[in-house]
Design a binder for this molecule. Structure first.
Ligand SMILES: *Cc1c(COP(=O)(O)O)cnc(C)c1O
Length: 557
């Protein structure tokens, strides 16, 4: 294997990598971004490898009962249908005991046949004891100790595994979020001399990307837990270096040992700098893998007008030249399978020609899934007087997110109140496949989180690839992608912590006065916005552009 490897490789560490809905080793945005990133690397022949945990029991399969209660079922998938077990073993020390780790491989192929290997770490081996064998089962188990063990396997086990696989030419280690930060401990250990560690050498090798502006979203462990779990394997005075208020913050470890740190949108950079004033934080705005998120009717259209767009999504900037009629036909063709799916699943009789709003994301209070239902009567009035509406919801709540689950129930009961007047559904088990169906099949993509908590958001970018405008709060990527009445519409002002009244005023006001009338009565204006969604947003908010920025700003600088 050695000789054939390129001279310089990037090692990309992520707790989740979502690349195919049949391999449910992801929970949402972070993992799908990782998968989309590595797909773009394969297309562009960027020498990179991905390292993650196996998550053998997946995230979960979501069922929702009559009352709107979320029921979590294990996801069954057959790892040997997709992955190949490699003859390589490493071990990590957890609580004073060696845990064996084996490695599965998946080859992600780009358009020209170049492959990016993904490595899945797995502790479900006979030699390990019962607890150790479960450590790579669940994605984000709630138990703190379990999660710390997982991070040891990912960070420390990951660095050892790459070396055992024969990669001795890693140029940079990219930590996709703090779950991977422990890799710096292993790198530091390797620089150890009698006079200490070579911190600068490690820093030169490391890159850190932060993904959340919510303080509670940063991974933290109590110093005692770290001491106990690392036991005698604690390679240096980590607790003394990093303990703050008796906690160790994985984001701080990652940032402290990285020469390049970035947030995932411009606003996110600003918010992160306020949270971590001691660090120089850059930004590279997220993207999506264009080919993966474009529905077939638009793929055909892009193939016809911009051959080569798959390798170079910048070509989509010429979308204004596509005839309106063809955009509309492609959209109707992409809408049909979604409406058919909804009617098959929910038996609600949705109509292909009615204005359809889509809202799908992880369900947690700050995303405000029920904001549209704040004033049901107003919504009914708009539906009655201005133009008919259909609404499609989807999204999982994290199993431990009690408030998120309540929110699903609340959306469910509001949907029942609308019965017969506005057709609305909550679809089960939002995954990549359903995500693609929804982000290509609705007429408007709605997003209304509390500012400034949306680091980037990517589902609106998927919608843009399918000519679907966004109607969104000014946060994350939408601050960069929004031009009023050109690529879509804003909700509220772009001030951080703007009052909710203004959000509601815009939400109902713009639907009533601008959006719905334009959809039904000014089709040509509407199509112009659809075209600009592709030309301005899909051409830029893709992982091809994004990874090129990582290459020039961070990877090979
Ligand atoms: C795209 C996607 C996400 C992330 O979308 P956001 O806009 O960042 O919330 C989450 N889950 C699924 C299934 C997706 O397809």
């Amino acid at each position: 294997m050695n000789g054939s490897l390129e001279n310089k490789r990037i090692a990309y560490f992520s707790m989740e990598i979502g690349f195919d809905s049949r391999v449910p080793t992801y929970s949402g945005g972070l993992g799908i971004l990782a998968g989309d990133t590595l797909k773009a690397c394969a297309d562009l022949k960027i020498p990179i490898i991905g390292i993650t945990l196996l998550a053998e029991s997946g995230y979960f399969f979501q069922k929702i009962d009559e009352e709107g209660n979320q029921i979590e079922m294990p996801t069954n998938w057959s790892k040997d249908d997709f992955l190949k077990l490699l003859p390589v073993r490493v071990s990590v020390n957890i609580e004073g005991k060696e845990v064996q780790v084996q490695v599965w491989e998946y080859m992600m192929k780009g358009f020209d046949g170049y492959s990016v290997p993904l490595y899945f770490l797995d502790t479900n081996i006979d030699e390990n004891d019962e607890y150790q064998r479960t450590l790579t089962h669940y994605l984000y188990g709630e138990d703190k100790k379990y999660r710390l063990c997982q991070e040891i396997i990912l960070g420390i086990g990951g660095v050892r595994a790459i070396e055992a696989l024969g990669y001795n030419n890693i140029e940079k280690y990219h930590m996709n979020e703090g779950h991977a930060s422990l890799l710096v401990i292993e790198l530091l250990e390797r620089t150890k001399k009698e006079n200490g560690y070579d911190i600068e050498a490690v820093r030169k090798q490391c890159i850190f990307t932060t993904h959340t502006p919510v303080p509670a979203g940063h991974d933290k462990f109590s110093c005692d837990l770290v001491r106990n779990v690392f036991h005698s394997a604690l390679p240096f005075e980590m607790p003394e270096m990093f303990c703050q208020d008796d906690e160790i913050n994985m984001t701080l470890i990652g940032m402290n040992f990285s020469h390049y740190i970035n947030g995932v949108a411009k606003r996110h950079q600003e918010v992160s700098r306020e949270m971590f004033p001691d660090y120089k934080i850059n930004f590279i705005t997220n993207g999506v893998h264009s080919f993966s998120w474009t529905a077939d009717p638009f793929k055909k259209l892009y193939d016809k007008y911009f051959p080569g767009w798959k390798q170079n999504p910048f070509f989509l900037k010429c979308a204004l030249s596509i005839p309106e009629k063809e955009i509309w036909e492609a959209h109707q063709e992409a809408k049909k399978p979604l409406i058919d799916y909804v009617n098959r699943q929910e038996n609600v009789g949705m109509d292909y020609d009615i204005f359809t709003i889509g809202f799908a994301r992880r369900v947690t209070p700050y995303k405000r899934a029920d904001l549209l239902f704040t004033d049901i009567n107003r919504l009914l009035e708009i539906n009655e007087k201005v133009g008919k509406i259909q609404i499609i919801f989807a999204g999982k709540a994290h199993p431990q997110d009690v408030e998120g689950k309540e929110l699903i129930k609340s959306v469910f009961s509001r949907i029942k109140e609308l019965k017969d007047k506005i057709k609305a559904v909550y679809l089960e088990n939002y995954d990549m496949k359903l995500g693609k169906l929804i982000t290509s099949g609705v007429d408007l993509w709605l997003n209304n989180p509390l500012r400034p908590r949306e680091a980037s958001g990517t589902s609106g970018m998927k919608a843009a690839h399918n000519a679907i405008p966004s109607f969104s709060v000014l946060d994350g990527w939408w601050i960069e992608g929004h031009i009023e009445n050109v690529t879509g519409w804003s909700i509220g002002s772009d001030k951080v912590e703007a009052p909710e009244d203004k959000d509601l005023q815009d939400l109902y006001g713009k639907l009533e006065k601008i959006i719905i009338p334009m959809f039904y009565n000014q089709r040509s204006e509407w199509l112009n916005i659809m075209k600009h969604s592709i030309a301005i947003n899909a051409s830029f908010f893709n992982t091809h552009r994004m990874i090129q920025q990582y290459v020039t700003n961070a990877y090979f600088k």
